[in-house]
Design a binder for this molecule. Sequence first.
Ligand SMILES: [Zn+2]
Length: 346
Amino acid sequence: MKQVPDRDVDIRGRSHGIMEEMINRLREKKKALSAVLIVLAVGLLALALILSFPANKSGEKGGSSESAHDGIYKTLEVHFLDVGQGDAALIICGDESMLIDAGSNDSAEYVKKYLEGHGITKFKYAVGTHFDSDHVGGLDEILSDFEVETLLIPDQERDTKSYRDVIKNKNKAGKVVIPKVGDTFTLGDATLTVFAPARNDYEESNDFSIVLRLDHGEDSFLFTGDAQEESEKEMLAAGLDVHVDVLKVSHHGSKKSSIRQFLETVVPKYAVVSCAKDNDYGHPHAPVLKRLRILGAQLFRTDEQGTIVCYSDGHSIAWNKAPSESWQQGRAPEKSEDDGVENKAA
Ligand SMILES: [Zn+2]
């Protein structure tokens, strides 16, 4: 019976030992569990970072993924050059530049001097929207005198000197691209999207115009070349988002372009008309001016104001001049019929 306390002690002693061992094991397990949890947390964090990376990158497109961007953009400048009756727009974003059209042959010297004055020696892109001489007349000289990485032209053939001059010089560019609807390009932190032409068999030369939407943060632009009713209807039918802040009004403000439905979808805050004072065609035409005015657009025009520059910081747009208040249609010295520009200027 005396053994009992001994056994008791022994049992207690052993049970103490077992308890300690259990506690130690538990501690070990706890340590192991903590280590596993830390590894898991680090893994999840890494996965989250990897997943968020493409979202940040796509933030440069603006729009839906805007929130992923830090909100700081390079300054974007758009210069609407006064090339008389024609188009030429210089776009600079960060240290990259592009030119959309180069005016007529007659304005080539002015364009080249302007570009040199702004320190431009090369273009990431040069665009000949279509082969009318008031848009590509000076483009051969740009290709000769400036470094052009990529030349964008439509799939259009013309039997004109301007066309032949561009084709003769096109391989001076690093590459020549015939863009398709939906193609995108980047300029600094801005994105360009091709909206037209959708085909290569238009009746009207103007409908071959390459139309580009430019997005820079929350600011947006539409460069329309001379796209007319047919191309405008195609863009609307395709559901392309033509709603922008700044519209380069198509075809110098001609009533053959800027149909009501198109302008009512664009609803531009700012509209720019590039044309010569007292041009032969009476550009800009009264119905287009009326539509823009009703929509509340602020109008800028090179025939009244010369070269016009706007600046975007990705959140708001500023201009170097106050808008035109005249709302006067162009005065045609003779007849106010469109087209024929090619024969006259080429
Ligand atoms: Zn034109």
